[in-house]
Write a protein that binds this ligand. Structure first.
Ligand SMILES: Cc1cc2nc3c(=O)[nH]c(=O)nc-3n(C[C@H](O)[C@H](O)[C@H](O)COP(=O)(O)OP(=O)(O)OC[C@H]3O[C@@H](n4cnc5c(N)ncnc54)[C@H](O)[C@@H]3O)c2cc1C
Length: 418
């Protein structure tokens, strides 16, 4: 075939995996691959959870982006300005125009703290923090270390957010952190969520709600934040309820990348990209694909999702370029370790059809307990960082980490019971 061009927008988890998988699959004279990202700092985002507790430093979880891309991939350190879908071209901020045969949208989700009244006003980064960005995570470490007494409120403003369990993990680790420091009896922990329970899926939500109670973390549900007053230390919900805090740990509103709004036909009202849930082709045009946090798919915005999608997306791009029918089908598979403190973690595994259930998850190292705290799960969580840099990002196939959700090991309730 004549030489084709693939342009990948975003050089984070999904963009890097797809570009590397395509580079391994196609010769240089068959395919030119361009990756665009606004900076050269690839953050291992699951590591941000550990920074506020002094369990990781930011410099340990950041690597140069271009070093994660295989040789023969052209990296553009630039902001995406607009996508011209009709012309099959992308405009970058410096005026560069990149024509493509296939476009892959992997620009993730954007934090929008400025969308909540008062959130970034007085007190921002002094008593109101987010660990979802490296600078906030570092500042929060100082604030937690010096807090002797008072109330810590952990709040997610609205769904969808990246890694929906990360704020829960934060609350569990905060409980561990203050107990370890001998200060827990002087510190109230409150978990305020817009959901009607600790999590979105019923079985997992029940288990996680129980864990919050066991750890004496107060759960406040259906709390839809209207306004934050950092000076007074108060967060108010639209229904009039108020929570006082000495320290607010917020997960701000998320939206899609700003250029999506400027690219007619590409995104929805929130800036996420309507995408076919199985093929990962966007609804914008047949040669535009999307994966990871940038999509509107009804599944968690998670690295595991992005990884499972990357293999299927790369297969489907190869089909499209080869003039064949798309064959890959994503089932919505997602899994996640949930740190619960004291060197333990839970694991959840689910897809579009099956909610997280108890049982065991088969891995090459042996079965890992599902929805049950264990040290093995905690070790799995820690092991994931080297696996991420050395196997997942380079696009290597790993035994036991295929995209389809395993049914084996899951304990389903007998029919008629829930
Ligand atoms: C605190 C935290 C903990 C997490 N923990 C877990 C976990 O335990 N397990 C798990 O599976 N997932 C976890 N995640 C989620 C996971 O990190 C993301 O789901 C994953 O990185 C999504 O990959 P992505 O490629 O879609 O987006 P990203 O990896 O975020 O990449 C998007 C890229 O696009 C670039 N970009 C955006 N807009 C533009 C533009 N206009 N121009 C140029 N470049 C642009 C950005 O710079 C970025 O590099 C966590 C996330 C956070 C924040």
């Amino acid at each position: 075939m004549s030489k084709k061009h693939v342009v990948v927008l975003g050089g984070g988890t999904g963009g890097t995996m797809v570009a590397n998988r395509l580079r391994r699959r196609f010769d240089m004279d068959e395919l030119e691959i361009h990756v665009v990202d606004r900076d050269d700092r690839h953050v291992y985002q699951p590591g941000l959870l550990f920074v506020p507790f002094g369990l990781a430093r930011v410099d340990e979880i950041v690597r140069r982006r271009r070093r994660q891309l295989h040789g023969g991939i052209v990296f553009h350190e630039n902001e995406v300005a607009e996508v011209w879908i009709e012309r099959d071209e992308v405009l970058l901020d410096d005026g560069t125009v990149l024509p493509y045969d296939v476009l892959v949208v992997a620009t993730g989700a954007r934090l929008q703290p400025e969308e909540t009244d008062g959130l970034t006003g007085p007190g921002w980064n002094e008593r109101v923090f987010t660990f979802y960005a490296p600078d906030g995570a570092e500042l929060l470490h100082r604030a937690l270390s010096s807090l002797r007494s008072g109330t810590v409120v952990v709040n997610l403003v609205d769904m969808p957010i990246k890694c929906p369990v990360a704020p829960l993990e934060f609350a569990f680790l905060a409980d561990w952190f203050f107990r370890d420091a001998g200060r827990r009896s002087d510190i109230e922990l409150v978990y305020a969520t817009p959901l009607d329970g600790a999590f979105t899926k019923p079985v997992a939500s029940q288990r996680l709600t129980g864990l919050l109670a066991e750890k004496h973390i107060e759960l406040v549900t259906e709390f839809n934040v209207g306004e934050v007053d950092g000076a007074a230390g108060r967060v108010s919900a639209f229904d009039g309820r108020e929570l006082d805090f000495d320290l607010l740990v917020t997960v701000p509103l998320h939206g899609g990348a700003a250029y999506v709004d400027r690219s007619p036909g590409l995104g929805d009202a929130l800036g996420f990209v309507p995408t076919d849930r199985h093929t990962l082709q966007t609804l914008a045009k047949e040669n535009v694909f999307a994966l990871g946090d940038a999509t509107d798919l009804p599944i968690s915005k998670a690295g595991s999702v992005t990884h499972y999608e990357a293999g299927i997306l790369a297969d489907n791009v190869a089909c499209l370029l080869g003039g064949r029918e798309l064959e890959g089908g994503y089932d919505g598979h997602a899994n996640c370790f949930i740190e619960t403190g004291f060197h333990k973690a839970l694991m959840i595994d689910f897809n579009y059809e099956t909610e997280p259930l108890p049982g065991r998850f088969p891995t090459a190292l042996g079965p890992m307990p599902l929805l049950r705290e264990s040290r093995l799960n905690h070790l799995g969580k820690l092991l994931f960082q080297p696996i991420y840099w050395h196997a997942l990002l380079p696009g290597r196939e790993l035994p036991g980490l295929g995209p389809a959700m395993p049914n084996a090991g899951k304990r389903r309730a007998p029919a008629g019971t829930t």
